[in-house]
Design a protein around this ligand. Structure first.
Ligand SMILES: C[S@@+](CC[C@H](N)C(=O)[O-])C[C@H]1O[C@@H](n2cnc3c(N)ncnc32)[C@H](O)[C@@H]1O
Length: 258
């Protein structure tokens, strides 16, 4: 509890995101990263390797982007910043909340690494906005990466709508629209990487797909599938029934991903 309070105090967060509880979520995640360092080590290594593989593909092309735009990077836990600095001139870490590590990296690499505070859904300030219109464009001259963010995007906006009495079916459609708008925006830039939790795993039950139909939508939008791994999100001792996430990386680079 105290650890979370300290982590919360050290976070910098967009006011609209904080109102919905994202600062608290980011602080809780920072504490879990520390507590579960050993159990999550492979997931972190896999995420970094997938990002690097996609970035290297983009950097090897004749029209290689010189800039990186990495969304969901506010904690800087799963971003291989040192290696990416060898591939790109500038790196934007994009998030609604930033912890001390990301801010220190921006100070250390002043002019090359930036903390870009942006709500990538565009709806946090006003939940009545249409997600497709609200979603901000991503920079077409950058390699754009979305890091373990897609399933998080609708959670707190949808919780707020449910609390305000909106009907469940409408809220579910709204959450799906937020995710679709994010994928559409990412599919419009030439060089991209998407890392997603696509299913919930339990030892005693079949996997539950979290993003139904995503695979077909990505293939038809020209994405290629990359590595897959398992993230023991709630390992033994953390929850009554341990559960995890089936993870998958996707990429597209110029015409190579089509
Ligand atoms: C589950 S974390 C992703 C994993 C993270 N890369 C790490 O280091 O553990 C989700 C991240 O997305 C950010 N986020 C959630 N909603 C967002 C939004 N609408 N716009 C930008 N970032 C958002 C959160 O602040 C958080 O840092």
């Amino acid at each position: 509890m105290i650890e979370e309070l300290i982590a919360w105090a050290r976070m910098e967060c967009l006011p609209a995101a904080q109102r919905l509880g994202l600062r608290r979520e980011a602080a809780a995640l920072a504490v879990r990263h520390r507590r579960l360092r050993a159990q999550w080590a492979d997931h972190i290594a896999q995420t970094r390797a997938a990002l690097l593989a996609s970035a290297r593909r983009a950097a090897a092309l004749p029209d290689a982007p010189r800039r990186a735009w990495i969304m969901g990077a506010g904690l800087l836990q799963d971003v291989p910043l040192r290696e990416l600095l060898d591939l790109f001139e500038t790196i934007d870490l994009v998030d609604v909340c930033f912890g001390p590590a990301a801010r220190a990296a921006a100070r250390r690499h002043r002019g090359r690494v930036r903390c870009a505070r942006q709500d990538v859904s565009g709806v946090l300030e006003d939940l009545s906005r249409d997600p497709q219109r609200a979603s901000p464009p991503m920079p077409a001259d950058a390699w754009c990466a979305s890091v373990n963010l897609l399933s998080q995007l609708p959670l707190l906006p949808c919780a707020a709508l449910l609390n305000s009495g909106e009907a469940e079916a409408a809220v579910e459609r709204y959450g799906t629209a937020i995710q679709q708008a994010h994928i559409d925006a990412l599919s419009r830039v030439p060089h991209a990487c998407l890392i997603v939790e696509y299913a919930q795993t339990r030892a005693t039950a079949p996997d539950e797909v979290l993003l139904p139909g995503l695979q077909d939508r990505l293939f038809s939008a020209g994405w290629a599938s990359g590595s897959r791994w398992h993230w023991p999100l709630n390992p033994e001792g953390e929850a009554d029934e341990p559960s995890g996430r089936a993870m998958q990386a996707w990429w597209r680079s110029g015409d190579a991903g089509r």
